[in-house]
Design a binder for this molecule. Structure first.
Ligand code: F6P
Length: 551
């Protein structure tokens, strides 16, 4: 395994190759090779990855695969699945794959098989969700639950919220499941405004059970409940918790029997497969939740077993490395052509940017290449009417994943046909572009004079050559969604291995938390608090002036 990947012959070969390929346009690659789609597509289960609209030729992919081998992707993958302590800055194994392991084989962390505990938790989740969904679980006033509010942030919110939205077609139950994350009181207050406390259940999700935002919201939720149902209300009928710090959840007032455990070998942003998915299971039922796990597990097997040539996560990862490290891209867009996947970009932002937004390698040395890209996105077609202008005509190279769904669960006239046409069109437009000659001919045909044509043509032509991956699912069902999420998890993992970084810690989020902690007394108005930052003094002065002026 290479110490510094940028000093390997594989890296240098890619640098040389990128210089040769810079002048190539994908339009020409398609014209020269009619087999491009077959050559550059992978099918797995009910998923198709078409990566033909990338600035690659077969040699590019061969060189990238050689780079992955030189980085030790196969060995690191084995180490992760085997439960080795690969998150060395936190001394933890990385085993979200065990949460969805359906093979009944032992998975050991420091000699202990974790699978019995995983299965116990799943059984507990089933008992609980069946009771709530079936109306057997009663609130303190003896009424069944009609609303669930998940309180958590980051990985304790984004994954379950995204999946709950995505599986809305499965949510036949009458439960209304909502998510609150922001410490801004507006989030909790507006979420609770139309809820009946007697029939509301709160699921407090926090791996550490110390996260400021989550605890603040949990306390406010408890106050809201008690104020409305009366002092002495049995709040344990309205609060359950998901955490790896079970004592802290009990100290908050959650009944020990209603604390669902997960483990330190599950990273927050990889935790939706654990009891962190409890709100998902409440929304869609445990059978659907287990189908999600099945899909994730199927992708794990594919990732482990498929040759690099037809391995989807490896291929996506390598294409990302190609653009980030050899063609100068800094960003990556994710555009799901399905409204139900509207939270997918936000989920992937945490997954990718919290994992691979690193500047030192596993041994603490500065990395010598760019690491994770800026990830962003919005559902298509909305995104087309917002930021696609920059993708088509801006000066930056922004590779994009376009995600399409073959069957819709919400047929409305011919709207799905329109959606699919747009999904296909954007890949073509970004790839082909439109030349100045084509624009000139078009404007001339439309009857414009030569001067006007010359004036407008530069504004109306498109360079093209913008790469996209098309990912198509047969249907957005739990199994396929599970496979899609695991696809991205493994993509991020492979990239982290190539860059030689630890994708599983997140020290970069700590400093802001620390400073917020030290500023809190001053912001709260403690007279003895000292503010050393001049700008903060100025800003807080303005806040205070407006706070004291109630008009
Ligand atoms: O601050 C970042 C982070 O630690 C994420 O990694 C995590 O998903 C989120 O906060 C929430 O943490 P917890 O589940 O411990 O409340």
């Amino acid at each position: 395994m290479a110490d510094d990947i940028t000093r390997t012959p594989e890296w240098r070969a890619l640098e040389a190759h990128s210089r040769e390929l810079r002048a190539l346009h994908m339009r020409d690659l398609f014209a020269e090779d009619h087999e491009r789609f077959e050559r550059f597509s992978i099918r797995f289960g009910e998923m198709l990855l078409d990566y033909s609209k990338n600035r690659v030729v077969p040699q590019t992919m061969a060189l990238l695969r050689a780079l992955a081998r030189a980085a030790g992707v196969e060995q690191w993958t084995q180490r992760m699945f085997a439960g080795e302590i690969i998150n060395t800055t936190e001394q933890r194994a990385v085993l979200h794959t065990a949460l969805r392991d359906r093979d009944a084989t032992a998975v050991r962390v420091q000699g202990v098989d974790v699978m019995p505990a995983v299965r116990d938790t799943l059984a507990g989740m089933r008992r609980f969700t069946d009771a709530v969904r079936g109306g057997a679980w009663l609130g303190a006033s003896g009424r069944p639950v009609t609303s669930v509010v998940n309180i958590g942030i980051g990985g304790s919110d984004l994954g379950p919220a995204m999946v709950t939205d995505a599986l809305v077609a499965e949510a036949a139950s009458s439960l209304d499941v909502r998510f609150v994350s922001n410490v801004d009181g507006a989030h909790l207050a507006t979420t609770l405004a139309d809820l009946d406390p007697a029939t509301t259940l709160f699921v407090i999700v926090s791996k550490t059970f110390t996260t400021q935002e989550t605890l603040a919201n949990a306390h406010s939720a408890r106050t809201w409940l008690v104020q409305r149902l009366g002092q002495g209300t049995d709040v344990s009928r309205h609060f359950v918790a998901v955490t790896s710090e079970t004592d802290r959840a009990r100290a908050f007032g959650v009944d020990a029997a209603n604390v669902f455990e997960f483990w330190d070998w599950v990273g927050g942003r990889y935790s939706l497969w654990s009891a962190v998915g409890l709100s998902v299971a409440l929304a869609v039922g445990m059978d659907a939740f287990e189908a999600l796990l099945d899909g994730g597990h199927a992708m794990d097997r594919h990732f482990l077993e498929a040759d690099f040539e037809c391995n989807m996560p490896v291929t996506l990862a390598l294409l990302g490395v190609w653009y980030s490290n050899f063609l100068g891209a800094d960003a990556h867009a994710v555009i799901p052509y399905d409204q139900r996947l509207r939270r997918l970009p936000a989920f992937l932002q945490q997954l990718d940017m919290e994992s691979n937004g690193k500047r030192v390698d596993r041994d603490g040395r500065a990395v010598s290449c760019g690491t994770g890209p800026v990830v962003f996105g919005e559902p298509g077609t909305n995104a087309q009417h917002a930021f696609f202008q920059l993708l088509h005509q801006g000066t930056r190279l922004v590779p994009a994943d376009l995600i399409g769904i073959a069957h819709t669960d919400f047929p409305l006239g011919d709207q799905h046909v329109m959606l699919v046409a747009n999904f296909l069109a954007q890949g073509v437009a970004l790839m082909r572009g439109k030349t100045i000659e084509e624009v000139t001919a078009e404007l001339t045909r439309a009857g414009l004079g030569a001067e006007e044509v010359a004036r407008l043509a530069p504004h109306r032509c498109y360079p093209g050559n913008h790469p996209t991956n098309a990912i198509v699912l047969r249907r957005l069902d739990p199994r396929n969604l599970g496979a899609l999420i695991a696809l991205y998890e493994h993509k991020v993992f492979v990239q982290g291995v190539i860059w030689g970084i630890n994708s599983f810690d997140q020290w970069g989020v700590e400093l802001g938390k620390q400073i917020a902690g030290t500023l809190l007394p001053a912001v709260a108005g403690e007279p003895t608090a000292v503010l050393s930052d001049g700008a903060v003094r100025g800003l807080l002065g303005q806040f205070r002036a407006w706070w004291s002026d109630q008009s």
